[in-house]
Design a protein around this ligand. Sequence first.
Ligand SMILES: [Zn+2]
Length: 347
Amino acid sequence: MRRITITLLPLAAAAMLANGVSVAQEAPRRTITHISGDVYRATNNFHGTVFLVTTDGIVLADPLSTDFAIWLRNELDARFGVPVRYVVYSHHHWDHASGGSIFSDTAEFVGHANMLDHLALPPATTSLRDVVGQYAPVAALDLDGNEIVDRDEARAGDVDGVLFTAFDADGDGLLEGAEVMRGPVSHVVPPEITFTDQHEITLGGKRVQLRWVGEMNHSLDSSMMLFPDDDVMFIVDYVTFGRLPYREMDFELGRFDQWMERIAEAEAIAADFTHIATGHGPVGNRQNIVEWREYLEALSDAVARGIAAGESLEELQATVTMDEYRHWAGHDWVHENVLGMYHFLTD
Ligand SMILES: [Zn+2]
């Protein structure tokens, strides 16, 4: 695996892990809003999930976090009085899939079969120096170079509390290479019902259709969730509305062309749905997917033109500013988007 240079200061680790969201100790902003029919959206700061309410119980998508799931369970009990029967995962990433244990007494857990691979620990021989991508800043917290990130080193990088225990798979208070490479997924309940292509759940007379998104950079276990009886589609992270792609766009995982194919497929399926919810940002519609694709095409074209003209990465980062997207959230990630696209196009 190719090594990337770590330019982030350790203190940036936690902010980066929080998906661009400050992890300051403010009270979280949480909402529940109606989307359509019996499908609702719930948000926890900058993360969103959806759920379907039926007389026989609730189908919940991503539980987001343990803290959020505790809040959500109370809200669901008070508002609807039926239990969560299924927790259905969009993908394994900690900031979407954590917290399901709060529903373990009543729910079955459903996800793509590749989730089990993503959640498995890499070999114990994995070195912190092997960690690339979004968790590389955590590996870099091993300042004394003893191949372990201990609690003090982690705390210095704001990898503390729930986040530390999420990395610490064996609970020994030390983060080893395999644990950092796997990511902070210890609070993710693995799916007990898995599928490889499609899966349909019927509850209270309503259908929830799960479809594997397919191979792409972001993860290999992403599923879209369709609520055909309520006209809602839910897609997470590989499409987001009104916000730039997250930082370096997982460029170390390659597969940019496949990502674009997956977006085009989402666009086609979205023609059958009025309401499209994503894991971040407001509920939108098919046109928002079109805009997301157009952003990536414009970015790709601009970076490709610069490369053809012999510009360096630094020159590209100075000239490709995507000003027409200044009104999108995360516009300050544009330099990292350019870096990611540069690697997609040249690696
Ligand atoms: Zn993700």
